[in-house]
Design a protein around this ligand. Sequence first.
Ligand code: SAH
Length: 223
Amino acid sequence: MAILRSATQTGIGMTSQRTRDRMLVRLREQGVLDEVVLSAIAAIPRHIFVDEALSIRAYEDVSLPIGYGQTISQPYIVGRMSEILRNGSNLKKVLEIGTGCGYQTAVLSKLAKEVYSVERIRPLVMKAREHLRDLKCTNVKLGHADGNMGLAELAPFDGIIVTAAASHIPQDLLDQLAVGGRLVIPVGTEEQILHLVERLSEDDYRTSKLEAVKFVPLLGGTQ
Ligand code: SAH
C-alpha cells in the first residue's frame, strides 16, 4: 500500500525546489546581487520558520506573522540588509537585534564566523533556538534581552543588524561597533528609512540613508 506523505514532507507544491528557485530569481531582479548572500538564502528553507498553515506562502516576497504580534522578515529585506552588512567581505562577529523566529539569524550564520542575536520576547527565543538547532547553525548564540543596550560583554562587532524599527540610533550600538564595522538599522516611526552607519575611526562615524522599509517597532524591556 502506498504511503501518502504531506506536500511539505515530499517537497511537492509551494515548498518545492522550483518555488524556492523562483524566490532567488525574484531577489536578483529586485537587485540583490551578492552571490554569497544569494547562496546563503538558497541554503536556508524559509518554510520551517513559519506555522505549517502558512508554509505554502513561505517563498512569497512577504513578511508573515509568527505570533506575539511579530513577523518573519520579507526575503528581499533579508537579502538587502545582509548584502549591505557584508559589503563584499566575510564577516567575523555579528550582532543581530530582534531574532524573531530566527530566519535572518540563520542566513547570517552562513555569512559570519560568529553570530549573536537577542530577542525581547522569551517564547520567540525558544522557537528560534529550535529552528537553528534543526538547521545545525552551530555558530549562533541567542539571548533573551533588550537589544537597545546591545551586548557590551561581547563587543566590538564588525557588523550589527537591527531588524525592528528604532525611533533613533541607540548610542550603545554605536559604541559596540568595531572601527571599520557597519551598523544597518531601520529608523523612524510612521515612515521608516534604512540607515547604514560606518565607523570610520574611534570617533568618526558616517551615516547614509538608504531606502524606505517597513518593520515592527524596536521596543524597550523584555517579556
Ligand atoms: N529577524 C527576524 C525579524 C523579526 S521581527 C526575521 O528574520 O524574521 C523583529 C523582532 O524584533 C520581533 O521579534 C521583536 O520582538 C524584536 N524586538 C523588538 N524590540 C526589541 C528589542 N528592544 N530587543 C530585542 N528584540 C526586539
